[in-house]
Design a protein around this ligand. Structure first.
Ligand SMILES: [Fe+2]
Ligand SMILES: [Fe+2]
Length: 360
């Protein structure tokens, strides 16, 4: 079936336009009464994407579709050159979603990753939207790295992609409003990689108050922050669904081995030392009350302490099977009450980062 294609479809819809087919052949539809319905992206094998991603003078290796009168029509063919006019025309008409087919989503993800620098620096795109793009692109990579069905879900190729995306985004993270937007989304996700990204976003904020001119160091710490709990993938999932007080001594010992298991899981990956520190030391505490080695704060690397503190805060503000999420204020009060366990200067910096982002 030939699918009509027009860039000016919103300006001059053509009577020959017809619904196109996706997936197993179902047609994106109208109701029996003939009233147009909004296509259901998930059921139609489509993924919504923002028109802001159509960067001028770039082309993508995917087709783009537009919802119109209850049907999907082809908006851009594979390899089409985008222009500023496309974005403007769609914005003028209030179109905030285009769609890519599931089978081409990977091509779209590659396009976003390739142009992430430009997207994040594009001041014509609202910060919230850029933050969403970053989150989407990072989630795709982190989800693969945290796939528990594959012992080698993290490999050098995947790690270098994570590093690249972090390198592209460090200056974007110096903006407090980015943290505000991202905190909402990462807090809602229930998967391990959501927590990893949540800790990374906070750690980037705190690290930015400590080191501003060493991008390599920041990227290494942030990659370690995303991966800090990767060792949990080696252990039974339900081990972390219960409060520590409800675990047997054997189960607790197992749970406390996840930092060491994390380092083992990454043995074949060329991780920078800072990332390994974050994985191994994120549960160590200033007063030596942490695990696995009960090291004192005086011997712990500063970046591992940053990740440990952000991990504690992120866990407290996240809903658990045995309790509701703490509010930011409650979480910080809890941390301050345990001030011997955390570096007081880092607590102040975390509070500063959260207040600048208007999270508390
Ligand atoms: Fe942990
Ligand atoms: Fe954690």
């Amino acid at each position: 079936m030939s699918i009509p294609h027009r860039f000016d479809i919103l300006v001059c819809p053509h009577p020959s336009l017809s619904p196109c087919r996706f997936g197993k052949g179902e047609t994106v539809s109208t109701t029996k009464t003939g009233v147009a319905t909004e296509p259901q992206p998930e059921s139609d094998g489509l993924h919504p994407v923002s028109p802001s991603m159509l960067l001028p003078e770039r082309c993508g290796d995917f087709e783009l579709y537009l919802a119109q009168n209850g049907s999907m029509v082809l908006y851009a063919v594979r390899g089409e050159l985008f222009s500023e006019e496309h974005r403007e025309r769609l914005a003028d008409r209030g179109v905030d979603r285009l769609y890519v087919k599931s089978v081409e989503k990977e091509h779209f993800d590659n396009y976003v990753r390739e142009h992430l620098d430009d997207i994040l620096a594009d001041e014509s795109i609202p910060v919230q939207e850029r933050a969403n793009v970053w989150l989407d692109a990072t989630s795709v990579l982190a989800r693969k790295a945290f796939d528990r069905t594959f012992p080698k879900s993290l490999n050098n190729v995947r790690f270098s992609r994570i590093r690249k995306i972090l390198r592209q985004s460090m200056s974007f993270f110096s903006r407090p409003e980015v943290l505000r937007h991202l905190a909402v989304f990462t807090g809602q996700g229930r998967e391990q990689y959501h927590h990893g990204i949540g800790v990374m976003v906070l750690a980037a904020g705190v690290m930015n108050t400590l080191v501003r001119d060493d991008a390599d160091h920041l990227v290494s710490v942030c990659s370690g922050a995303i991966l800090h709990d990767v060792g949990k993938l080696t252990l039974p999932e339900n081990l972390f669904d219960r409060h520590e007080d409800d675990l047997t001594p054997e189960e607790l010992e197992q749970a406390h081995s996840h930092p060491v298991l994390g380092v083992s899981r990454c043995a074949s990956v060329q991780l920078p030392q800072e990332a390994l520190h974050c994985i191994l030391f994120h549960h160590e505490r200033e007063d030596g009350s942490g695990f696995p080695s009960q090291a004192l704060g005086s011997v712990l690397p500063l970046h591992a302490k940053v990740v440990g503190l952000c991990d504690e805060y992120e866990n407290l503000t996240r809903e658990k099977p045995w309790r509701k999420a703490f509010t930011p204020f409650e979480a910080l009060s809890h941390i301050k009450a345990e001030k011997d366990r955390f570096d007081p200067d880092l607590i102040k910096r975390l509070i500063l980062v959260l207040s600048r982002a208007e999270i508390m």
